[in-house]
Write a protein that binds this ligand. Structure first.
Ligand code: FCB
Length: 458
């Protein structure tokens, strides 16, 4: 591994020369999610969410970690915004905690709403565009008690919530996101059980996904009736590689691609569910009703893409597939393979599959590592290299004609990484959880140097 030119951190992270990412209209930001950073889970009338319940269930989250304090962003939000402004970023993607802003009877919780209004006003003061996600997995527990995403009614409750947010926050938001990663909510929440509410049953897959996508369609309509800001959805995509050239493994990889990527995108962009999934889950069909698909496939203003890794897939000998981890590939602290070309290939693949592909924001991308503060400094060269390689892959996709308008690094801060708790560090800023001290990692300094150079040139 060769040393990076420490004297020129901007060059170490920068996109290739001549890239449209050097233009100021290409947005750079960071992303977070409410439950992962806010803490203050009982402040100002916030109701319990499914993640509070999940964390309180022994054995669900590593080390028994919870969201009770997290990064204490609920109290340190001004400092956190100042850090983003200091880095020279142009946007911030964050989520609203549904249980903070809406009472169980559907009425607004104004104290909770005020937190987000103050946050949005300060972002505007600092010239940071606000990309606001309504649902990043923290369903109010009282809705889970009535069936959660297995119940069609939850989609209508989400539309009520979206309507309230559109009404209360109109004019303050630059872009709305209905859902973050419905794939994870459906699959990890209800099939693998790795995420809240921790259910495990293959038969839940189609019901929960359909209700989530319906929530998106209804929520988008509600937001548009209240506010003019663009609306989209954020989907996590994975690159897939067949373990061998055998027809069985190639077919297995096609099914894995259908499950990981097309299960969400086909209904949104083609207006029908992907039929390969019937091979995977033969007994399960989406609970479609008249009019659902028109709502789900209503054109979005943009599509958010989260990309982290590639999986190697082989046939399980029946109608399914299993992962066949490749030896000798570079992996992050999560065990995820580093494979930037996968992002390029997925983007160009979507461009050919979907004639109506909307403009894209990369709404998450980043890596976890066991970062430590040594003499006031966090050396995370690996993250600098990770970002630079992904910028190059995005640039290649753009040169091939994909419209990418911005990039959000995951994440601003080290934070609560769901079932893994606080051990996995994704931040540009290191968080010392004992003191809540934030330290800019070298990757943050490199990004700051690049953005300063970009601003000087354009
Ligand atoms: C994504 C989630 C985000 C974060 C990253 C690492 O799936 O949207 O909250 O945990 O993974």
């Amino acid at each position: 591994m060769s040393a990076l030119p420490q004297h020129d951190p901007a060059s170490a992270i920068a996109p290739p020369a001549g890239s449209a990412m050097w233009r100021r209209d290409f947005l750079f930001g960071t992303a977070t999610a409410a439950f992962q950073i806010e803490g203050a889970t009982e402040a100002a009338g916030r109701l319990p969410s499914i993640w509070d319940t999940f964390c309180a269930t022994p054995g669900k989250v590593d080390n028994g970690d919870t969201g009770e304090v997290a990064c204490d962003h609920y109290h340190r939000w001004q400092e956190d915004i100042d850090h983003m402004a200091g880095l020279g970023l142009g946007a911030y993607r964050f989520s609203i905690a549904w249980p903070r802003v809406m009472a169980a009877d559907g009425s607004p919780n104004h104290k909770g709403l005020d937190f987000y209004k103050r946050l949005l006003d300060r972002l505007a003061d600092k010239h940071l565009q606000a990309f606001v996600t309504l649902y990043h997995w923290d369903l109010p527990q009282h809705l889970q008690d009535k069936g959660g995403w297995l119940a069609r009614d939850t989609a209508y409750r989400f539309a009520d919530y979206a309507d309230l947010m559109g009404r209360e926050l109109k004019g303050r938001v630059n872009a709305w996101t209905t859902l973050n990663e419905p794939w994870c909510s459906a699959y990890h929440g209800h099939v693998s059980g790795a995420h809240a509410p921790g259910l495990r049953d293959e038969r839940h897959a189609m019901d929960t996904m359909h209700h989530l996508l319906l929530a998106h369609g209804l929520g988008m309509k509600a937001l548009r009736s209240r506010d003019a800001a663009p609306v989209g959805l954020v989907h996590n995509v994975n690159a897939v590689l067949p373990a061998s050239d055998s027809p069985a493994d190639r077919r297995a990889a096609e099914l894995a691609h259908a499950c990981a990527n097309l299960w969400v995108l086909d209904p949104l962009l083609l207006g029908h569910h992907n039929t390969d999934l019937e091979e995977l889950w033969p007994t399960s069909r989406p609970p479609l009703r008249d009019g659902d698909m028109a709502l789900i496939s209503a054109p979005m203003d943009y599509l958010g893409i989260n990309y982290y890794f590639r999986s190697c897939i082989r046939s399980d000998g029946a109608h399914g597939y299993v992962e066949a981890p490749q030896p000798g590939v570079e992996r992050t602290q999560m065990g995820w393979e580093v494979y930037p070309e996968g992002l390029r290939d997925l983007l160009t693949g979507f461009q050919s599959r979907y004639a109506n592909l909307p403009p894209i924001y990369i709404t998450e991308n980043g890596m976890a590592s066991d970062d430590r503060v040594v003499d006031g400094r966090v050396n995370d060269e690996h993250r600098i290299r990770y970002f630079a390689r992904h910028f190059a892959a995005i640039d290649q996709a753009m040169r091939a004609g994909v419209r990418v308008k911005g990039y959000f690094a995951w994440s601003l801060l080290d934070n609560f990484e769901w079932a893994y708790g606080y051990a996995k560090r994704f931040g540009l800023l290191h968080v010392d959880y004992a003191t809540q001290r934030r330290t800019l990692k070298d990757s943050a300094l490199a990004l700051r140097a690049f953005l300063a150079r970009r601003n000087a040139h354009s």
